[in-house]
Design a protein around this ligand. Structure first.
Ligand code: MEV
Length: 309
């Protein structure tokens, strides 16, 4: 049996604007993981997919063509030159909450690609894994920028501009994030679709907001590369103000953001598609426990603390 993993991710700056060609910054979140296993099993009578968290167990040949798990399996097997007519059991499970901005779809797909490649003795480069997962992301999202598959496949902080080569990016001083879940599932596709409709209705206004988000992301990169952590917090607050203008925040996200700030966070914002899902707060070793407690008291379903390095 072969087993492979993929981490979750959090977007620090630039969500939504990244779909329109502006830069964004994202980091892997290793505290949450997807896992895929592959085993040869004649009794499977074909390629069987077991999605434990979804309580699903089905054969590839019975699934609709847009089933994301099957789609990923088919693309990967084709890529490594393996037939679709073999007996395999592929089991998937994940601790990444679904539709919460932490990249669950991309992480599950990445774990499948890695497990299949490994099972058949192939070493796929991160950019190849990323491009296979990008195809699956299109099923989930419609018009993904590609940031989720990139940060998850490369397993490192990324400064990402769509359709451009990934630039090396260094975190000079590690920093801490508290990540809190509103508990509200919010598919990225819906938030991205709503922003697209609003942009189509008033392109000038939305282009200006995207430009401002892009400028903040460039400044955030400089702050991360120079270790100016206090500045980073202010930039997160500024990014959140612009995300409100894009109408992707929500009362639940706002109350967690207020609670984090009251607990002493240097900055706080939603992360990912928004509307629900997760928010992130910049904390220090001194404030992390207080901020986490404030977030829980304000109704966070879960709080993870992670170091970005
Ligand atoms: C989703 O993690 C981030 C969005 O910017 C969508 C995308 O980049 O594809 C909201």
């Amino acid at each position: 049996m072969t087993i492979a993993y993929a981490s979750g991710k959090a977007i620090l700056f630039g969500e939504h604007a990244v779909v329109y060609g502006r830069p964004a910054i994202a980091v892997p979140i290793t505290e949450v993981q997807a896992q895929a296993t592959v085993e040869n099993a004649q009794q499977a009578q074909g390629i069987r997919i077991v999605a434990q968290d979804l309580h699903r167990d089905y054969l590839l040949r019975d699934a609709p063509p847009d089933d994301p798990l099957c789609f990923t399996v088919i693309n990967t097997l084709r890529h490594i030159g393996q037939p679709l007519t073999q007996d395999l059991i592929i089991t998937v499970q994940s601790t990444i909450p679904i539709a919460c901005g932490l990249g669950s779809g991309a992480a599950v797909a990445t774990a499948i690609v890695r497990a299949l490649a490994q099972h058949f003795g192939h070493r796929l480069e991160a950019n190849v894994v990323s491009s296979i997962v990008f195809e699956t992301e299109k099923l989930h999202h419609g018009t993904p920028s590609g940031i989720d598959n990139t940060v998850i496949a490369f397993e490192q902080p990324v400064y990402f501009v769509r359709e451009q080569t990934l630039e090396a990016f260094r975190v000079s001083r590690p920093f801490l994030l508290a990540i809190a879940d509103t508990g509200i599932a919010s598919p990225t596709k819906i938030a991205v679709g709503d922003v697209r409709r609003a942009w189509q209705a008033d392109p000038a206004k939305y282009e200006e907001i995207f430009d401002e988000i892009g400028t903040l992301t460039v400044m955030a990169r400089q702050a991360i590369e120079s270790g100016a952590i206090e500045v980073l917090g202010q930039l997160m607050d500024a990014n959140q103000r612009l995300l409100r203008l894009l109408k992707v925040s929500s009362p639940e996200l706002e109350s967690l953001i207020t609670a984090a700030k009251q607990g002493g966070a240097l900055g706080a914002k939603l992360s990912g598609g928004g509307r629900g899902g997760n928010m992130i707060a910049l904390v220090t070793p001194q404030t992390k426990d207080r901020v986490s407690m404030m977030l829980r008291l304000a109704g966070a379903r879960s709080v993870i603390t992670t170091e970005v390095h």
